[in-house]
Design a protein around this ligand. Sequence first.
Ligand SMILES: [Zn+2]
Ligand SMILES: [Zn+2]
Length: 408
Amino acid sequence: MPIRKRRVSWLAALMALMLLLSACQSPSVTAPATTETPATTEAPATTEVPATTEAPATTEAPVTTETPATTKPPVTMSTASLEVHFIDVGQGDSIFLFCGGESMLIDAGENGKGEAVLAYLDELGIKELDYVVGTHPHSDHIGGMDTVLQKMAAKKVLLPDVEHTTQTYEDFIDAVIACGAEAFPAQVGYSGRLGEATFTVLAPCGENYTSLNNYSVVLRVELGDISFLLTGDAEALSEKEMLNAGLVSQATVLKLGHHGSSTSTSQEFLDRVAPQYAVICLGQGNTYLHPHRETCEKLEQADIDAFWTQNGHVVAITNGRELTFNRAPDTITYPVKEEDKPVQDLPVQTLPPPQTLPDQGEYIGNLNSLKFHKPSCRSLPAEKNRVYFESRQQAVNAGYEPCGSCKP
Ligand SMILES: [Zn+2]
Ligand SMILES: [Zn+2]
C-alpha cells in the first residue's frame, strides 16, 4: 500500500507539472510538436524506413500465433507515408502508427500480448517509440503495455487522468515510471507530429465517468486529405461530448469504439464522421459477443467497408492522397447467442431474428444436457439440439433440469 500511494502521487505530481508546463508554453496546441521534432532526428528516416518496408514482406505474419494465413504484407511505402497498423491481439486493441521515422503505439492488448506486440514491432524494425498511448485502464488495452515498455524505449506517454485498482493498472504505471518516459495527461486539444502527419487529442472531454471506457483517449490522426479517428473504448456519452464540443469532423477511417459494442458508435457520431472505412479490433469468439448487431447494421446501412482484426492484422498506408489496405474488407458478420454456431459462417442476412425465439415455446430444453432455459438465456443450445416446452412443469415432467444461470 505505501508503495502504491507513493507511486500514484508521483504520477499525479508529474501530471500537474506537465499541465503547468503546457499551460505556460503557449496557447497554440501545436507548439510542443515544433520543439519535439529536432529531438527525433536521431532516428534517421533512411535506415528505419527500409526496415519497415522489407519487414512483413517475406516473413508475412509478425505475430505468427495470432495471424491467419489471409494476412498479407503492407504495401511498400515512401518516407512521406503514414502507416496505421491495427495489430491482431485477439480481444483487445493495439494500434501502431509510423510516419517519417516517428512512431506511436496506442494500447498493447491484454496481459500476455505484450510479447506479440514486441515481435510485430521488431519485424517492422522499430527500436523505440516516440509516443505511447494507454487509452484507458482496462486490461484489454494496457495489459500488454508493461511488457512492451520493459523492452522498448519510449519518449512520451499519454494517458487519461484516471486511476484503477487492478494489478494490471499497477504494472502499467510501474512500467511507465521505470521506462523514464515523460507522462502526459491526455488533454483535449493536445497535438503533435509523427513525421508529416499530425495527431490531436479529442477526448476525454469530461470527468467523473461511471464507465472507465469513457476516459478513453481519442485521437484524430491526419496526413493530407486522409484521416483516422481512433476511439479506444469511448462510448456514446463521450461521442456526444465530442460532438457537442464541435470536435468531430469527417474522417476517412474510423476505429469503432469498444470493439463494435452497441455502447458505442451512436448513429449521430457515425453520421458526422461519415467514414469510408471502419476497423473493429476484436477477437474471434469473444465472450462479449462483439461486434454487436446494432453496430453492424449501422455499418451496412451506411455502406461502409469494414475490417475485423480477428481475421488478421489490418494495415492502412496513405501518402496523404491515396489510401491502401493490406487486404480486402471483411464480410460484416456478428455473433448470435446460439453457442454452437460458428461465427464466420453466419452472414447477417441469414440470422434468425432473436424475437422469434420466445414464440416457439416458453422454455427451451437442450437435448444433450437435459437442462432447460428461458428463451432469453445466453446459453441456449444450437437449434438442432433444442426441444421446446410450453410450461415449466412440462419441462420438469420430461426429466429436464433448470439452467443454473437463467434459473427458469
Ligand atoms: Zn474498456
Ligand atoms: Zn476494450
